[in-house]
Design a protein around this ligand. Structure first.
Ligand code: SF4
Length: 190
């Protein structure tokens, strides 16, 4: 795959995640208190190289000059409690506030995965939105069809990231697992 195909593939994934998130926002409407001004999820997150590279390209080509606020622990793109690059936000940001399904993997002291044949699925949710949900009630509240399957999205993302690392543009990122959004403004090189 060349860089253009990878970026197009990445944008498709973002579009699909947004579409599914929009469906869940409509479904859980009354429970959701997410709105402009709530930035509880906007911590200093890290991204895969492909996500980081694409975000940097978007910010660099943006007409607006952007100076990050120096708020420790918060995402560097947050300004007055709103995302300054909302339409270009990464995958994880499109899932904020919704119930997410993850596969938890347990490893022993030697780094070997424990019982890989028995997948252990976990749902995480925002306490500000789903105030009455507990570990005991989550399976009754959340239908498996109505949670975001992060395993599926992350698998697509990791595959595209692998392809990206093979390209000339991805070469400076080889050997890097994840990069902080903060580094968009503190480093000039990947
Ligand atoms: S990129 Fe935007 S939505 Fe994502 S954590 Fe940063 S400020 Fe929040």
């Amino acid at each position: 795959m060349n860089i253009m195909e990878i970026i197009v593939g990445y944008e498709e994934v973002l579009k699909d995640v947004s579409k599914e998130s929009d469906r869940l926002v409509r479904l859980y409407g009354e429970s959701l208190v997410c709105k402009k001004g709530c930035s509880a999820c906007c911590t200093d997150i890290s991204l895969l190289p492909l996500e980081w590279y694409t975000l940097r390209e978007r910010i660099t080509s943006s007409q607006e000059s952007f100076i990050p606020e120096n708020t420790q622990g918060s995402c560097a793109l947050l300004k007055e409690k709103s995302c300054s690059f909302y339409s270009n936000r990464p995958l994880i940001c499109r899932t904020h506030g919704l119930p997410l399904l993850y596969l938890t993997e347990e490893y022993d002291a030697k780094g070997t995965r424990v019982a890989p044949e028995i997948p252990d699925w976990q749902i995480s949710w925002c306490d500000l939105n789903f105030t009455s949900v507990t570990d005991e009630t989550m399976e009754e509240v959340f239908d498996p069809e109505d949670v975001l399957n992060m395993e599926e999205w992350n698998t697509h993302l990791k595959q595209l990231n692998q392809e990206f690392l093979k390209t000339e543009e991805g070469a400076p990122f080889r050997g890097k697992e994840r990069i902080s959004i903060q580094d968009l403004f503190t480093k000039t090189e990947a």
